[in-house]
Write a protein that binds this ligand. Structure first.
Ligand code: UDP
Length: 255
C-alpha cells in the first residue's frame, strides 16, 4: 500500500504520515461497514470514487470560502490533507427524514423536514456514537461555545451549497455527516476546518426523479448495486476516474 508510517486505520480510510510536517495522507479503502461495524463488506472501486468525489466537493466548498483540510489529490486512492485536531463530534445535517431520525421520532422516511435540522453525535465506537446536545459538548469540553457556533454555521452553509450542487445534477441531498478539526497556523491561531470526507459513504443521496438510493444505504440495507450507484454520482458530477484527469467536464446540469 505504502511505505509511509501509518498513523491511524479507520473503517473506510487509513491515515499515513505526510511528506511534510503538519500533513497527512488519507488513503481510501474499498471496505464498507455499517451498524457500528456489525456488517462488513467491500464495495469494489469505492475508495477510488470517494477519493474523487470528496476532492471535488472539498474544492468546490473551498471556492465559496469554507475552510477544509484538503490540500490535493495524490493518486487514485490518496489525498494530501492538513493534520488537524479532530473535534470528537459527528455533525449530521438533515433535510428529509431518513435513517435514525425516522426510527427515533417515528417520521416516515422521505418526509421533508420543516427546516434543516442539525444533530450532534459523540464519536465513540464503544458507545455506538450516542446523540448528544450542545450542553454535553460544551460541558464536557469537546468543543467550546464559539467553536460550536462556527461548526453549526459552517454546517448550514455546506448544506445550502451541497443541496444546490446535487439538485443541479438531479440528486436530492437527504442528509449527511460532517467532521471538523482544529487547524493551528504559524502564529498558533486556531481555525475550525472541515475534515474527513464527503462522499456517498456519509451522505444520503436520492435520485430526484425516481427517489432511488445512490449511497451507502444500498449496502446497509442489502439492496445491491452500490458500486454502480457511487459511479453514477461521480458520473453526474462529471468526475468519473475513467475520463482521465484532463477531461474533467464538471457537473452536468439536469432538468
Ligand atoms: N452517518 C455517517 N457515519 C455514521 C453515522 C451516520 O456517515 O457513523 C451518515 C449517514 O450516512 C447519513 C447521516 O449520517 O447520511 C445520518 O445518519 P443516521 O443518523 O440516520 O444514521 P444511520 O441510519 O446511518 O444509522
Amino acid at each position: 500500500m505504502s511505505r509511509r508510517r501509518q498513523i491511524y486505520e479507520g473503517k473506510a480510510k487509513v491515515l499515513f504520515e505526510g511528506p511534510e510536517p503538519g500533513t497527512l495522507v488519507q488513503y481510501f479503502k474499498d471496505d464498507a461497514t455499517a451498524f457500528n461495524n456489525k456488517k462488513k463488506g467491500t464495495i469494489t472501486g469505492k475508495g477510488v470514487l470517494n477519493n474523487r468525489i470528496s476532492e471535488f466537493i472539498m474544492l468546490r466548498l473551498g471556492e465559496i470560502g469554507v475552510p477544509t483540510h484538503f490540500v490535493r489529490r495524490l493518486n487514485m486512492r490518496e489525498q494530501l490533507v492538513r493534520e488537524v485536531e479532530i473535534v470528537p463530534i459527528e455533525v449530521v445535517v438533515r433535510n428529509v427524514a431518513a435513517g435514525s431520525i425516522s426510527q427515533r421520532l417515528g417520521i416516515a422516511e422521505g418526509t421533508p423536514l420543516p427546516r434543516s435540522i442539525v444533530e450532534y453525535f459523540y464519536k465513540n465506537d464503544d458507545l455506538g456514537d450516542p446523540m448528544v446536545s450542545e450542553e454535553h459538548i460544551t460541558a464536557f469540553g469537546w468543543a467550546t461555545p464559539p467553536e460550536l457556533d462556527e461548526i453549526m454555521s459552517l454546517s448550514l452553509r455546506i448544506n445550502d451549497f451541497l443541496c444546490g450542487l446535487f439538485l443541479g445534477i438531479g440528486i436530492k441531498l437527504i442528509d449527511f455527516k460532517l467532521e471538523f478539526g482544529r487547524l493551528y497556523d504559524e502564529h498558533d491561531q486556531m481555525r475550525i476546518v472541515l475534515a474527513d470526507e464527503i462522499s456517498p459513504d456519509n451522505c444520503r443521496l436520492w435520485d430526484a426523479q425516481t427517489l432511488e438510493k445512490m449511497d451507502k444505504d444500498r449496502f446497509r440495507r442489502g439492496l445491491g448495486g452500490e458500486a454502480e450507484a457511487y459511479q453514477e454520482v461521480a458520473r453526474r458530477l462529471g468526475i468519473l476516474p475513467e475520463s482521465g484527469p484532463n477531461d474533467i467536464k464538471g457537473p452536468e446540469a439536469m432538468q
